[in-house]
Design a protein around this ligand. Sequence first.
Ligand code: ARG
Length: 504
Amino acid sequence: MTNLMSRSMKGRIMESKTMENKSSMSAETKPQKDIAVLAYSGGLDTSVCIKWLQENYGVDVVAVVGDVGQEHDGLEKIKAKALATGAIDCLVVDMREVFAEEYLSKAIAANAMYENKYPLVSALSRPLICKHLVDAAHKYGAKYIAHGCTGKGNDQVRFESSVLMLDPELEILAPVREWDLGCRADEIAWAAAHDVPVEATTAKPYSIDDNFWGRAIECGVLEDPAIEPPSDIWTMTVDPQDAPDEPTYVDVAFEHGIPCGLNGVKMSFLDIVYAMNTIAGSNGYGRIDMVENRLVGVKSRECYEAPGALALICAHKALEDLCLERGVLHYKLGIEQTWADSVYNGLWFSPLKDALDAFLASTQQCVTGSVKLKFYKGSCVAVGRTSDYSLYDFGLATYDASDQFDHNAAKGFIELHSLSCKVWAANRLAMGAKMDSFAAVKETKCQFADNDDSSSEGGIPSAKMTGEFVPGGISSKCQLVDEDSIAHPHVINMADAVELETLA
Ligand code: ARG
């Protein structure tokens, strides 16, 4: 049976064991049902989906379980559950190596962080799972792809966009978005009434999605963004307070941007991610608590732990700092953000994301070398980096006697570099424009408030307020400085300053 079996055949696979066991009728005598391939996790939602699809769409369901390194109590158990719930077949696919080699390698090249914080844990796994769903649909001649995502998350967008970009003719079914099983109790009742096995587990207080790139934790008390995440949400990282009192150093080797060794030992990227999860996690590094902007317009409080991902991205960035030419490095920052947005928004298979990958791949040719990371009680810092492709030139950088930088060249460089703005400034002055001056603040270390002229409106004397930084904030005393001179500074307290600002 080839993967390219025409969908119009819509036939079930006759050599399927499940079918042989279940049906004594031949394919000719039994009317064939359409098939839906379902992304199956073994949880309550997708188990109910199997029965619900059968009842509401009259389809046969083929379940696909992707092993992307998530926590589970046995993939065979999940498969057995799918079959017991009525799926005509269940494919269990180990996607971990491909996930590392073809998905995470690109994420590393992009230093992928949505909103500069979230390393796209769930967003990265969806397109790979979809690839297998579409493959299964072709194999079984299925008409539909189904998923168990809700109507207000990002994952529905990722599943559907990915599927439709891989095969625009497939149709999508999204039972959880359609059914009216409002709360978990309703769903359990429906499951019980329809012979869907419900495990006697205590209701989990959080919604969790995980793979070996990290873990996403949502819902429950986390929905109040003012409340600190309870310690029971974390499983990949220890509390930084309980981390070892001695730092841990790790050398990460990269070849063409991809991690290829730890502490001098060659390892696969997949093994490195697993090892890094342990090293970074046991040092309390890798927790994220953020309010995130979902594609569907909702702000959502999300907690993640991604110890290995964050540590490897930290190391990768440090090596890029050394090896990438300035123009490439700066331009790449914008590309990285567009890449992360595209993947977050479900556009993994889009032509834009493909073109960005081509740019990123070109930048990684010389990102070969190694980085020393230092982990200590919740922090991870790159403290050393070396590469044969290093663009760091000691002779140019040093301030000691071996300095080779041509200091005289700087003069002409600055003249031309600032020439156009110098011409502009001369014109502004000639036109009588008032220029900013910092003379009035020369006695102080910082200037922190009301430095514009609007305060002189309405008869209130224009003032510059200046103060000092003290540990923990700005000193409660500040100077009120007359606009024209600093001859008579007088000390006021913050309350007065606030009042003055309000008046202004
Ligand atoms: N907000 C993240 C994302 O959109 C994580 C979603 C994970 N889903 C979950 N059930 N916790 O990528």
